[in-house]
Design a binder for this molecule. Structure first.
Ligand code: HEM
Length: 270
């Protein structure tokens, strides 16, 4: 950008966007993922087994299952647990975790993508009506609209379904819940030239935290055992991921090290 004459002050303005883009979406997305997963006890157990078998690189002492013995990392000087957070590994070995991740993106990304029409362009809707976008006009596309349409996702579109992305109909099929419908409607990182460049980084960060929390920690509500998730805040045009109402005020969780995993030292690889 310097080569084409962008002044330092503008470069700084552009760069300050990066920490904003990096934190403003990953943090609330992780917040919702933790809430959706840990508020379902049975789901947590299934994910623990999946993550332990699929993402832990160094074999742990006992075979398969849910290992919570002091062999792993009791009080002091516990074992080192290496977790692989590469997308290809999670996709292949942890389909349920992947489905929860995608379902959380579906429920929480309400991004408005903005583009400028570089030439006169005619769009046609499914009823055959045509719309002319004049060259130079600004187009705003509400990604979240497709994430909440029953015609793409089928019944229960407003519910968090941990298995939604596991049970896609085959490639050749059409209609709600099919791979084709979901592919059309699911655009959590935008698309084209401005597709989010931080998506793989965000994924690795979130998988590292999730694998650690699932294996090494118990999470429960502060008061009693009932989970009441906060509502969504009013959506902002700037954020891709919708934040909890009132900045999550009044909502708290207790996070404790899991018995037998207290002394674990965590390592991550891609
Ligand atoms: C869950 C996390 C994230 C979500 C849901 C998300 C989503 C998005 C979306 C929807 C866009 C707009 C794409 C479009 O207009 O087509 C975008 C753009 C962008 N994101 Fe992300 N993002 C996330 C994390 C990150 C991280 C961690 C970084 C940086 C480390 C990042 C950097 C950017 C940048 C620089 C752009 C602008 C790209 C451009 O205009 O060419 N994002 N993101």
């Amino acid at each position: 950008m310097r080569e084409v004459g962008v002044p330092d002050e503008d470069l700084a303005r552009i760069e300050i966007m990066l920490p904003f883009a990096a934190l403003a979406n990953t943090v609330p997305m992780l917040f919702w993922l933790v809430c959706h997963v840990f508020s379902r006890r049975e789901l947590v157990e299934r994910l623990r087994r999946e993550v332990q078998a699929g993402m832990v690189v160094k074999p742990l002492h006992s075979e398969g299952g849910n290992q919570t013995t002091s062999e792993v990392g009791g009080e002091e000087g516990g074992a080192e647990v290496v977790v692989n957070v590469a997308a290809a590994v999670v996709e292949e070995k942890c389909p349920l975790l992947m489905s929860c991740y995608r379902e959380t993106l579906r429920r929480t990304v309400h991004q408005v993508s903005t583009r400028t029409a570089v030439q006169d362009t005619v769009l046609m809707d499914r009823d055959g009506r045509e719309y002319l976008l004049k060259k130079g006009s600004v187009v705003q596309m509400v990604i979240g609209a497709g994430h909440g349409m029953e015609e793409y996702w089928g019944e229960g579109v407003d519910e968090f379904d941990p298995e939604r992305f596991l049970s896609r109909k085959g490639d050749g099929e059409d209609g709600p819940g099919s791979s084709k419908a979901m592919k059309t409607a699911f655009q959590p990182f935008g698309g084209g030239m401005h597709l989010c460049p931080g998506r793989a980084f965000a994924f690795a960060e979130m998988m590292a935290v999730m694998a650690t929390l699932l294996l090494g920690y118990d999470i429960e509500p502060l008061e009693g055992s009932m989970w009441e998730l906060p509502a969504f805040a009013t959506r902002s045009v700037i954020d891709a991921v919708t934040k909890p109402a009132n900045h999550g005020e009044g909502f708290g969780l207790r996070i404790r090290r899991r018995l037998g995993w207290e002394g674990v030292r965590w390592k991550y690889e891609l």
